[in-house]
Design a protein around this ligand. Sequence first.
Ligand SMILES: Nc1ncnc2c1ncn2[C@@H]1O[C@H](COP(=O)(O)OP(=O)(O)OP(=O)(O)O)[C@@H](O)[C@H]1O
Length: 757
Amino acid sequence: MASQRQLEQQRVDQVIVEIKQQLKQAKKEYEKAHAETSSVEKNYLQNAKVNTTEVDDRMETNAEIQQQKQLVAKNIQTEQILKEQLETLKDLKKSPYFGRIDIQDPDETSPESLYIGTASLSDEHQNFLVYDWRAPISSVYYNGTLGQVEYETPAGRQETELLKKRQFKITDGQIQNMFDTSETVGDELLQSVLDEHSDEYMKNIVATIQKDQNDIIRDTNSDLLLVQGVAGSGKTSAILQRIAFLLYHSRASLNADQIVLFSPNLLFSRYISDVLPSLGEKNMRQVTLHEFFSRRLQGLKVESLFNHYEKQWQLTEAEKELNEEKKTAEFMAAIKDYADHLTASDLCFTDISLHGKILFSQAEIRQLYADQPVQMTPGHKFAAVKNQLIKKLNKLVKRKARSTQIQDQLEDMSSEQYLTLLGDKTKESFHSYDEERDYLGHQLASQQYEVIYDALYNDFFFDSYEQYGKFLQNKLPESAAGYSLALEYHQIALADCAPLLYLRDLVTAGGKNHRIAHLFIDEMQDYTLAQLIYLKHVFGAAQLTLLGDSEQALYASAQRPQALLENIAQTLDARKANLKLLNRSYRSTKQITDFMKAMLPEGENIQAFNRPGNRPLVCQVSTDQAALKALTKHLNASAAKYSTVALITKTMAESRQLYDQLRRDLPVNLLTEQDRSLPQGIAILPIYLAKGLEFDSVIVNNVSQAEYSSSEERGILYTICSRAMHELTLISQGGVTPLIKQIDPELYTLEQTLPVK
Ligand SMILES: Nc1ncnc2c1ncn2[C@@H]1O[C@H](COP(=O)(O)OP(=O)(O)OP(=O)(O)O)[C@@H](O)[C@H]1O
């Protein structure tokens, strides 16, 4: 292998020489483009400064400015492309590729060696020196074992013989490691990647994608792809590489703006923000469910998932049941049925007034609705009413424009106001003084009625909040009072958001976003069916990828994947639904994974990746003081060893309390819902904020019987433990929870401190 390694290093060196040449050329082109942009920009600014108050100059200047503006935009775009090329080449220079496959095509006489990297590179004769990891042939690297293999291409399925597969770890142009493997992607490289410590940002995994992950990444057929994967199995990683793959696969028709990812919290959004740029792609849009609902329910304080969790502890059984009902598909079906059968007299219309004077009364709006043909759908009727109202408003504005009041205002106008009213027009745009006068009068009247136009466009003549309240009174009367009370305080419970918005959209035929081609939902076990139905309704044209782990549901029982798929596919009306399971966990050491899996009734499905470490430590103490002492000791020790250490609690209140107790002695940081980045030092946070994240060392505060008494809390403890990569410490004040007691004592180390007499 030594001489093989020399040969491979020689090839790396040659490729780097080529990259350097291309870099030089690209730099030149970039600098040229940059100089051009600057000069056009300067020109544009100078032109824009021309005295535009001289009406004669205006038209000409306008046209010229428009032209310049377009030129600037085009140059900026070219400059941006060249900049991206430069970045790609710079990355390739450090590590041009990570894999090699030797293949024998049936119609070729000799085998061919192909090298695979994060981006493609060809020489001046168009020979591929490096293949992009997303190219059709690269799938062979991830998918096949040696021998006869198949791969998909735009022209159909192809066959080839895979003779050799080699993995490289190249840093700064030097091969650090290389392995030949017959495995899909062998364990050695993966082992060395997983041994690394975590940092603020997630990394791309393209060099070590596993076969089952590759199937998820390259699935282009399903309209609903459901991924159920155990904690740390690479679901989030798979989503991000899948997005990079889809962007490559459909380069001509898809851009990053057409992809939306629903992420669990703001910390997570930042944590994953580097992966796509590291693959030369733009980030997709990211939103949390809370942000999404808040934007659609402006003026209301939407309950967050976190508040929802925290409140669970205080709810009565009856209240919990009401909430549960609102989460179901049946509840959404009831909303649909209700919306379909609403008559004009049932609808909650409101008056539209200006300065206290009613312009359109609810009675008038109701009559307009009642006058629509019966066979029309509610949405069409609503749209027709809206159009008629806008027409009526146009007439009103026309009348107003000719009123003496407006004419008087025109007389008294300053020349500045006059120019603003003219807008894009010039004096010469009009044939007569009267025409100009009419135009200006119309402009002025329109301005005065702008709020009414806004109100009509935004459907403010319909009160969706009241309508939903009426629906509740009918369907779930016990919850109507609570809903109305919250509304009085401008608040809305999470469970009410999806049904209310669904009702609003159905009545008003609004709220849809057809532009989005792919919708990704991470941590889907935290979404109710009602929410999924609403998201599917909004993003009707999107292909769905849902990823989750029902064992990590914080307050719900786990559901079997196949049943979940059938349920969701049927509810969302999916035609090509596909279920993928990921059972191997990569995040944690074998010892931590074995401990976690023993917590679950069906944990035997989880396969640990064979990365060794210490067994989790359960530290049992008997007093408050001793607990705090143990906590301080272990936090200190972890912080000295690792870069990311987290103390994860069940609730925010517990996090706050610990923060107050520890902050004098330790560099601790309390994280809240608003935090977008992980600060240096030890993080203290409740589990719902740690969703999707990982830390070198995790400490759990109190795993006593009193704190984790029921199996309902299994999901919480499991999720907390599964955030640990290298070290897990659990402190228990008093007897440990039965969730741990039932675990084979061989799987952890028990440290007991005796009470001080
Ligand atoms: N093929 C792989 N190669 C290298 N690292 C991997 C691979 N798959 C997963 N990992 C690593 O394992 C860790 C867990 O991955 P990820 O966060 O994507 O899992 P997850 O299933 O979304 O986890 P969870 O549901 O517990 O939040 C990450 O550090 C990720 O980089």
